[in-house]
Design a protein around this ligand. Sequence first.
Ligand SMILES: NC(=O)c1ccc[n+]([C@@H]2O[C@H](COP(=O)([O-])OP(=O)(O)OC[C@H]3O[C@@H](n4cnc5c(N)ncnc54)[C@H](OP(=O)(O)O)[C@@H]3O)[C@@H](O)[C@H]2O)c1
Length: 255
Amino acid sequence: MAVFCLDGKTALVTGSSRGIGQAIAVSMAEAGARTVISGRNVDTCESVARSIREDGGHAMAATADIGDEPSLELLVQQVEREFGTIDILICNAASNSHFGSLLDFNAEAFRKMMDNNVASALTLAKLCVPAMKAQRDGVIILISSLAGLFGFRDLGPYGLSKAADISLVQHLAVELGEHNIRANAIAPGVVKTEFARPMWDDRQRAAPMLAATPLGRLGEPADIAGAVTFLASDAASFITGQTLVIDGGLSASGV
Ligand SMILES: NC(=O)c1ccc[n+]([C@@H]2O[C@H](COP(=O)([O-])OP(=O)(O)OC[C@H]3O[C@@H](n4cnc5c(N)ncnc54)[C@H](OP(=O)(O)O)[C@@H]3O)[C@@H](O)[C@H]2O)c1
């Protein structure tokens, strides 16, 4: 359907060499976007980009470390040179350098997480928005987390950074709406990736979560990708400043 089509758009997806970001990038490319695969490892980025091209899509690989501002500047310059203006910015890469009690909180680890999970999105927005403003069209999507909305054991400092992402899209939406730039977030529940392995690999921890999830399973990367592609498309042209929860109904269960 035309309203879901991303033909002619360029989408930059950070952290798209595996996991949720890879699924988002594949979905964007299937919808017609020129898609940028990014992460720190050139080989894994190249491999995902190549596989998209082999399936008939448009994709390029471009490495960057979200914790390193100059590398984000170079990333945006490279994409603009090779693919033109970034129409869709997906801030997906993140880190969790503190899994455990809040009381074992480490200020240095927390600062790193805020840099990676919040400041990098703001930096990328700052770099991409001037061109979006010039064309009066742009989409920014942050991958937050259910842990940004509710309390979870062992995820406190990470959850704080993800709550900041939810606030960030609200502020971006208010500031950029007049330029027809939309900003939204996705808050996934547990999705079976390497990143979340401590949450799902441990049966004892996963069992109560599964029992409280109406759809009776944990998430897969593809469960997140379609919703992100929808939010990036004209089908979502009047949606901004929102956070879409994708958790199999866990947060609706009241448990
Ligand atoms: N999985 C879940 O249950 C879950 C739930 C809620 C929210 N989320 C959020 O979803 C997003 C994706 O998570 P995921 O589970 O898909 O993780 P993942 O499978 O571990 O993938 C992470 C991706 O980010 C890249 N990356 C990691 N650190 C980076 C850095 N410093 N600079 C640039 N790229 C970096 C990785 O590539 P390299 O290592 O090669 O750089 C990889 O492509 C994150 O924002 C996470 O907070 C995940």
